[in-house]
Design a protein around this ligand. Structure first.
Ligand SMILES: [Zn+2]
Length: 435
């Protein structure tokens, strides 16, 4: 186990270049690495919902934000909220954020970078006030590590941290409600954490957590939407029998049937642009070297930005599983574990992000997020959009997770152009949300 940033030479960490943006980018990276040291585990980063190091994390971000006049609070769901005032009173607000919790043995940037970048953008305004309040939000929980349920922080902002969720227990029998109380917060004040009708939009910077931008040699991408997701379980039924005495033509092998179908899954997904399909888990019964499998249970995960294409792919794979089993004289059972629709990002913000990316000299690439993010939850209530940063090696959820100083600099530039565009856009400042 090790902390993110271990192994980076001092010269790499301190290669501060002359321009202001690259200096700021270096500071962003330093700050992410500093927050990574606030951990529940010695020697590696793990910071789950309202664990003690989350308090240190809040205090550190408050120390960065208070000097430039931001009003800082922790809401009743444990989210960090820092509001940078507008040019005039009673202004509406733009929310910029991401999550502060991590997986076990985490990297320094997943989630955290989005919060640290938001603070850097406010610092780069150098006291200039915009027509809207800018609220930085560091969500308390996105990964779902402590309670097995993700997005607790962002659900509070859309009014969905309900009684049922408050009652969910962690492995020590502590409920979400108890955890909130133990942190010194009051669960009855959760309604006050909800976004009001004054919110103009939500922006989230996040590492891509995949290989696409690196493959295209691009720093940034505008996220057009978050893919919908189906999760199913298929059980291929065969006949368990002796592996030595049952001739090949007289057996009904559940694993062999499942294997044929797994090949079909890969083939079908490769034929449709943007479709990803994965059999991530397989379990055979009885599970012995000298016994033909009587049962093979598999999971299937299918994702696409079009719910229609995803639905058609699931139907096709299901039909092919049934046909294959019938041909082999066996049968297959299936059950749906999850069917989550795709979430589109706001088209106006998407267009503005593309303009801002172009101004930085980068190609404004548009892509779909295959993973869920807080923006997906916020989009239920406010116009939301995301900007991805290239993830070297596509590696995340690991101490080796990284970003480059150049890409962080491009993200800061993009964010500043975007704020300028939004500040001067009559269309944006007149928008209403669904609160
Ligand atoms: Zn994340």
């Amino acid at each position: 186990m090790r902390f993110p940033g271990d192994g980076l030479s001092t010269s790499e960490l301190e290669s501060v270049q002359t321009t202001e943006i690259t200096t700021r980018a270096a500071e962003v990276i330093h700050r992410c690495l500093r927050l990574a040291s606030f951990s529940e585990d010695p020697g590696s980063t793990r910071r789950t919902f309202l664990s003690p190091p989350m308090r240190e994390c809040h205090q550190e971000i408050a120390r960065w934000m208070e000097p430039f006049g931001a009003q800082v609070r922790i809401d009743a769901a444990g989210n960090f909220r820092g509001a940078y005032p507008a040019a005039q009173p009673k202004a509406r607000r733009l929310v910029i954020g991401s999550h502060l919790d991590t997986v076990p043995n985490a990297g320094a940037y997943d989630g955290i970078l989005g919060v640290v970048l938001a603070v850097a953008l406010l610092e780069e305004l150098r006291g200039r006030r915009l027509p809207f309040v800018i609220e930085v939000v560091g969500f308390s929980e996105e990964e779902g590590v402590r309670f097995g349920t993700p997005f607790i922080g962002s659900r509070a902002l859309v009014g969905r941290l309900d009684e049922e969720l408050l009652g969910v227990l962690d492995t020590r029998g502590i409920s979400v409600r108890n955890a909130i109380e133990q942190f010194g917060l009051n669960p009855t004040e959760i309604p006050q954490a909800t976004l009001q009708s004054d919110v103009l939009g939500y922006l989230e910077f996040h590492i891509e957590q995949g290989p696409v931008l690196e493959n295209l040699n691009l720093s940034l991408a505008a996220v057009e939407g978050i893919a919908g997701q189906s999760r199913l379980e298929f059980t291929f039924l065969g006949r368990a029998n002796h592996a030595g005495t049952t001739p090949m033509h007289l057996r009904c092998d559940a694993i062999a049937g499942a294997a044929e179908w797994i090949g079909t899954v890969e083939r079908v997904a490769r034929e449709v642009s943007g479709l990803v399909a994965t059999v991530g888990k397989i379990e055979a019964k009885p599970g012995a070297t000298n016994v033909i499998a009587g049962e093979a249970r598999l999971t299937l995960d299918v994702r696409h930005i079009s719910d229609e294409i995803r639905g058609r792919a699931v139907e096709d794979l299901s039909r092919q599983a049934q046909a294959l089993a019938a041909r082999r004289g066996s049968s297959v059972r299936e059950s749906t574990l999850l069917s989550q629709p795709a979430v589109a990002m706001d088209s106006f913000l998407l267009g503005e992000i593309e303009k801002a990316i172009s101004k930085t000299g980068c190609k404004p690439h548009r892509m779909v997020s295959g993973a869920g993010h807080d923006a997906m939850i916020l989009a239920e209530k406010v116009p939301s959009a995301m900007i991805f940063l290239r993830t070297p090696g596509g590696i995340s959820h690991d101490p080796a997770e990284s970003v480059t100083q150049n890409d962080v600099g491009k993200a800061i530039e993009c964010g500043l152009y975007l704020l300028d565009q939004l500040a001067s856009s009559p269309e944006f400042n007149k928008r209403t949300n669904r609160a």
